[in-house]
Design a protein around this ligand. Structure first.
Ligand code: YCP
Ligand code: CO
Length: 283
């Protein structure tokens, strides 16, 4: 996988706790709800104009400012300003996942002219908070700075009773991803990632998955997508298998509406997304 740890922040957990309380009580955005299965939500804290907006990322000229809401998140703003090259920052967001929620396997930046460089910093997590990129599943530990290659298929889930909170930063594209760090911060290469070991998927399990073609319907389509998306976190398959299984299931069932639902999901996740309409000048 291309995603890797590029640094580590010593978090001030006491100060951070205050921001986490504010965040957990705050109104998250409705952006990307179609990618969310169960409790997954996002909140935008730095953006183009510093005005709280719809929560969608987009191309724009210039760099990000904290939103009005972000001014109440003192510790999180310090994490951003003390460690990162904010002169190249486009968006800062918080991703929250809980209660077995997940974001469906997908590729990002399909709606942009140029990719961003994305970084995740876990602010609240536990061992059952998992992320994946292609064939790998991993757990990002508290305070680690992860470069995430969101242009590869990826997914994330929280199989824990805590609310997983990640700070997610999108920077203007740059070849050397370590340049997202402030010049006085040393990148670190020595930290080994926590990779999750997974058993192979056996043929009975595969048959169980494919037999969902017998019961799939418009009423349970989203539930089935969620079940299929969760398998790769525990079984040694690429997250993209989910789309192959789903395709088999809907074509075997052979209902036009279900086939359309599959085709739309697959296109939106892997092939094409419209750029969002924003009020401000777009490059
Ligand atoms: C993004 N893409 O890149 C989102 C996150 C899924 C779709 C959730 O901001
Ligand atoms: Co993504």
């Amino acid at each position: 996988m291309n995603s890797r740890i590029i640094g580590k922040i010593k978090l001030n957990l006491e100060a951070l706790k205050r921001d986490v309380i504010v965040l957990e009580k705050s109104q998250f955005s409705n952006a990307y709800k179609e990618f969310a299965y169960g409790d997954w939500k996002t909140s935008i804290i730095w953006n183009q104009d510093g005005i709280d907006s719809n929560g969608l990322i987009h191309d724009y000229r210039g760099y990000a400012k904290p939103t009005v809401f972000a001014n109440s998140l003192k510790s999180i703003n310090e994490i951003i300003e003390n460690n990162f090259n904010v002169s190249k920052l486009k968006f800062a967001r918080i991703f929250s996942v809980s209660n077995n929620g997940l974001v469906v396997p997908h590729v990002d930046y399909l709606e942009l002219k140029q990719n961003f460089v994305r970084v995740h910093i876990p602010l609240q997590t536990s061992l059952s908070c998992l992320s994946s990129e292609k064939d790998n599943v991993f757990h990002m530990r508290l305070g680690e700075i992860w470069y995430l290659d969101a242009s590869n298929i990826h997914s994330a889930a929280c199989f824990s009773n805590i609310n997983r909170l990640h700070l997610v930063l999108d920077f203007e594209y740059m070849e050397h991803v370590e340049c997202v760090l402030r010049q006085d911060i040393n990148p670190c290469k020595e930290i080994l990632p926590h990779i999750i070991y997974r058993d192979d998927l056996n043929s009975q399990e595969l048959m169980g998955i494919l037999s969902l073609s017998e019961v799939v319907s418009e009423d349970n389509f989203r539930d089935i997508v969620s079940i299929l998306s969760k398998i790769h976190f525990r079984k040694n398959v690429c997250s993209s298998k989910m789309f192959e299984w789903l395709k088999y299931i809907v074509y075997k069932n052979n209902k036009k509406t279900l086939i359309n639902m599959y085709e739309n999901l697959m296109r939106e996740c892997l092939i094409y997304r419209d750029a969002p309409i924003v009020n401000l000048e777009v490059v």
